[in-house]
Design a protein around this ligand. Structure first.
Ligand SMILES: CCCCCCCCCCCCC/C=C/C(=O)SCCNC(=O)CCNC(=O)[C@H](O)C(C)(C)COP(=O)(O)OP(=O)(O)OC[C@H]1O[C@@H](n2cnc3c(N)ncnc32)[C@H](O)[C@@H]1OP(=O)(O)O
Length: 304
């Protein structure tokens, strides 16, 4: 297999731009009363993700802005990893809230076009980026809260599941779940492990086999999300939950989180290359490619 660009090389190519006091619609700057000086705040942006860090609270807001559906493309995943790494290495940052800047969609999951009609090398590079995203997010030392303000199938659900807490907008039109089976594909073992750790074995087994997507109220019933709130209360609620989690000493919370997640993280780290090879050989099968093409066609037909 040809040499694959490392994350470092993809980071170098991506050109993250630092921005000063970026007025995110959801950010502290936007809430600042006019005329008052801004408290310390740092922001940075790249093409698909906006981040604003409020230094006074230690809380960052990361917003996905990759229309139409925030699909997790290679570029998106690269920017996500860069942004998370920057925050992880910033001593001023203790917690991150993830939300979408695209109406009605948190994330539509892995970008299907990255898994269809491409070379083996591309599939391997893409899958390494998916692994990297999950390892960084699930293994993050920061408090991570998903403010799920829209539908969140498959990889989008994985992002939410990998956080410490999930708050979803109470709209029954918004659904969430690991629906891979509906596409004729299989959620890999670390998606499954993350899911099991949130909802338990029985519900995970049934939901994965059926590829179930759950409307927000149903997802709440079995703990796939922790709370539902009206859309206009989502930010306030996420900040309140964050404050509650940040009230604890970081070291105690971090060691506890690591104790709970380490075995699952270590399992992928130990089998990372094997997992890439499994993905590549699975996704490049003609029968799987056909399923993905049919699924994309179905999405297009649904519109007309
Ligand atoms: C021993 C066992 C070995 C096993 C080995 C296992 C190996 C591993 C196997 C592979 C594992 C892969 C894991 C995959 C995870 C995933 O995340 S797959 C992606 C799943 N996502 C979905 O199913 C969501 C599909 N999309 C939708 O349901 C809807 O689009 C929406 C998100 C609910 C939004 O609906 P709406 O607002 O009506 O918008 P649309 O009109 O449907 O979409 C707008 C355009 O966006 C395109 N699009 C949608 N989703 C995606 C996507 N995920 N990727 C790429 N593109 C997407 C859609 O086609 C539209 O495009 P246009 O028609 O060109 O406008």
């Amino acid at each position: 297999m040809a040499a694959v660009p490392t994350l470092a090389r993809r980071i170098a190519r991506s050109g993250v731009r630092p921005l000063c006091r970026w007025p995110l619609a959801w950010g502290r700057a936007a809430r600042q009363p006019p005329g008052l000086p801004l408290a310390p705040c740092r922001a940075f942006s790249n093409n698909k993700i906006l981040v604003e860090l409020d230094e006074s609270s230690g809380v960052a807001m990361m917003k996905f802005k990759s229309p139409p559906v925030n699909s997790l493309s290679l570029d998106f995943l690269t920017e996500f990893c860069i942004s998370l790494e920057k925050l992880e290495n910033d001593r001023a940052c203790r917690g991150v809230i993830f939300a979408s800047a695209v109406p009605r969609i948190f994330s539509s999951g892995l970008d299907i076009t990255e898994m269809s009609g491409k070379s083996m090398e591309h599939y391997a590079e893409f899958w390494r980026a998916v692994q990297e995203m999950w390892l960084r997010l699930y293994g993050s030392n920061m408090v991570t809260i998903a403010a799920v303000n829209g539908s969140s199938p498959a990889g989008g659900c994985l992002v939410a599941l990998s956080c410490d807490y999930r708050i979803m907008v109470e709209n029954p039109k918004f659904s969430i779940g690991l629906n891979e089976a509906q596409l004729g594909i299989v959620a890999p073992f670390w998606f499954k492990d993350t899911f099991v750790n949130v909802v338990g074995h029985r519900i995970a087994e049934r939901s994965l086999q059926l590829g179930s997507l759950y409307p927000a109220p149903e997802a709440l019933k079995f703990g796939l999300v922790d709370e539902l709130v009206p859309e206009e209360k989502l930010q306030e609620k996420a900040m309140a939950v964050m404050a509650q989690w940040l009230a604890l000493p970081d070291h105690a919370r971090q060691l506890t989180k690591s104790m709970m997640r380490k075995a699952v993280l270590d399992r992928l780290v130990a089998h990372r290359e094997e997992d890439v090879q499994n993905f590549v050989s699975f996704i490049s099968k003609e029968s799987i490619q056909k399923s993905l093409r049919m699924y994309m066609e179905m999405l297009k037909k649904k519109k007309s």
